[in-house]
Design a protein around this ligand. Structure first.
Ligand SMILES: Nc1ncnc2c1ncn2[C@@H]1O[C@H](COP(=O)(O)OP(=O)(O)OP(=O)(O)O)[C@@H](O)[C@H]1O
Length: 528
């Protein structure tokens, strides 16, 4: 056996100790006092900030929502079986945020930005975008002037939406709210193909996982996932995840908005989010107010929807935007926009309930969908009489504006007279003509699911309807006529459609449309 040389041993020990430096890591930690129902009360986090992420033993994260004198209330973002009384909680010094980058497009993520579509980690560079962020101030905004084409005839013609606008989609259950928004996303394919994508974000709140999977499939099949991100907090996810899902979606939208690109976000739906927020608030023992919602539920929705904006075109001013995350400082570009389509579900058409009135007053207009229209076969079931868009009119392209100018009025007159017509008495020719035209316009405005129309096609058919060129076509043949008419125009008069698309409505164009409509409608007359 070799002899142990004490000098050698001590030399080795000395060498090892010479590199040692005592380093105490200073983590601010607290301990769990109570835990239950997705809420933990924590003692000892004296310096924690409102909205900060904290980490529990085992890695579970939570957001600090209540700051009391001797403890803080934390909502837990996941299953909390491992958390017990006495568990250690660590501050992260980070406000809740989500990692966003170009790679998030085409993915399905949860509220914290973790992919849940089984396609692996988000690729490419990512930037931390805070979930809660102050909306851009007035200096950094521009009026809404560019259209956001939804591809839905009745919306683009009568309640147009502009880029940067917030337009509420409201209606009872099963009236086609989701369909309107998904079709709008599908319609952005045209812009993606043209190399100017509108980045879409679909936020699913409190829905069945199977419904979300179905929507992802539709988007994928139609090639729309190439420019869309889905943020999902399903019905089985904890309430805080559902509360924060729209904020996560807004953070993704802001990434595109602040780098100078147009984005569109759909919140499906904010009623469910409000319910989740009520649950969290009651568990945090905040005082309940009207309908047991907490007093700040208006603030919850207004601070979220204010983040939709059209940003000023000047890069320098946009770069000084308030509350801009540091990571974006050298990437900022002006001219971007975030358009929001929040959804609200009403009960038996009652728009005067608490949450519907709140969101109606926050948004720049609303699209009402009603069950009676839906059930009578008018789909999309948009009640144009009570739907409005407060800023979208400025964003409509000129040719559409001219053609659709009288449509809303015509339809209002029609609805008024339609009631008389039910009595079956003899009507004078003027009234009859209004009614006949109105009936045809109703048919024109019908549209199938997942079938958005390019704007030029919309203008062409609405032109025919509003100029009363279809009086010879029987009402039940209008949809057939529409198909023939648009196919014929596309095949023989593509240049006319292109002129319409560019916003012009020249005499030549109107002449072409009129003669084609007359010629075709004569055929329908002869058919009978
Ligand atoms: N334009 C349309 N043409 C034909 N069917 C439609 C149309 N729009 C919606 N539908 C059908 O109506 C049903 C309800 O639509 P959708 O799920 O969009 O409504 P919703 O109001 O979002 O419902 P929910 O209350 O479940 O959120 C769906 O089965 C859909 O296929």
């Amino acid at each position: 056996m070799a002899e142990v040389n004490p000098a050698e041993v001590s030399a080795i020990l000395k060498r090892q100790l010479s590199g040692f430096e005592a380093e105490a890591s200073l983590d601010e930690v607290g301990t769990v006092l109570t835990v239950g129902d997705g809420i933990a009360n924590v003692y000892g986090l004296a310096n924690v900030q409102y909205g900060e992420l904290v980490q529990f033993e085992g890695g579970l994260e939570g957001i600090v929502l209540n700051l009391e004198e001797d403890n803080v209330g934390v909502v837990l973002l996941g299953p909390y079986r491992q958390v017990r009384e006495g568990s250690v909680v660590k501050r992260t010094q980070r406000i809740a945020s989500i990692k966003v980058g170009e790679g998030i497009v085409g993915r399905v993520v949860d509220t914290l930005g973790n992919p849940i579509d089984g396609k692996g980690a988000i690729e490419g560079e990512t930037y931390e975008m805070p979930l809660e962020r102050k909306a851009p101030g007035v200096i950094y905004r521009e009026p809404v002037t560019e259209p956001l084409q939804t591809g839905i005839k009745s919306i683009d013609a009568m309640v147009p939406v502009g880029r940067g606008q917030r337009e509420l989609v409201i209606g009872d259950r099963q009236t086609g709210k989701t369909t309107v928004c998904i079709d709008t996303i599908l319609n952005q394919k045209e812009f993606y193909d043209a190399g100017e994508p509108v980045y879409c974000i679909y936020v699913a709140i409190g829905q069945k996982a199977s419904t979300v999977a179905g929507i992802a499939k539709v988007l994928e099949d139609k090639g729309a996932l190439a420019y869309t991100t889905i943020v999902a907090a399903n019905a089985s996810d904890p309430a805080p995840m559902q509360v924060y899902a729209p904020f996560a979606g807004a953070a993704i939208g802001e990434f595109f908005r602040d780098t100078g690109r147009p984005a569109l976000i759909v919140f499906d739906d904010l009623s469910k989010q409000a319910v989740a927020y009520r649950e969290v608030s009651l568990l945090l023992r905040r005082p309940p107010g009207r309908e047991a919602y907490p007093g700040d539920v208006f603030f919850l929705h207004s601070r979220l929807l204010e983040r939709a904006a059209k940003i000023i075109g000047n890069d320098k001013i946009a770069g000084e935007m308030n509350d801009l995350p540091d990571v974006l400082k050298d990437k900022v570009k002006g001219g971007g926009s975030l358009t929001a389509l929040p959804l609200i579900e009403t009960q038996a058409g009652d728009v005067s309930a608490y949450i519907p009135t709140n969101v109606i007053s926050i948004t720049d207009g609303q699209i009402f969908l009603t069950s009676d229209l839906f059930n009578s076969g008018v789909r999309p079931a948009i009640n144009v009489g009570i739907s409005v868009s407060r800023v979208g009119g400025n964003a409509q392209i000129k040719s559409m504006k001219k053609v659709a100018g009288t449509l809303k009025l015509d339809q209002a007159q029609f609805r008024e007279l339609e009631a008389f017509a039910k009595f079956g008495s003899d009507l004078d020719p003027a009234t009859l003509s209004v009614i006949e035209k109105g009936k045809r316009n109703v048919e024109i405005l019908k549209q199938g699911q997942n079938d958005p129309y390019p704007v030029e096609n919309q203008i062409a058919i609405i032109f025919a309807g509003s100029k009363n060129l279809l009086r010879d076509v029987p009402v039940d043949k209008i949809r057939e006529f529409e198909k023939d008419y648009l196919e014929y125009l596309d095949a023989k008069h593509r240049d006319t459609l292109d002129t319409l698309k560019s916003g012009k409505l020249t005499d030549e164009v109107t002449d072409t449309l009129t003669s084609v409509a007359k010629e075709l409608s004569a055929k329908y007359k002869n058919k009978d």
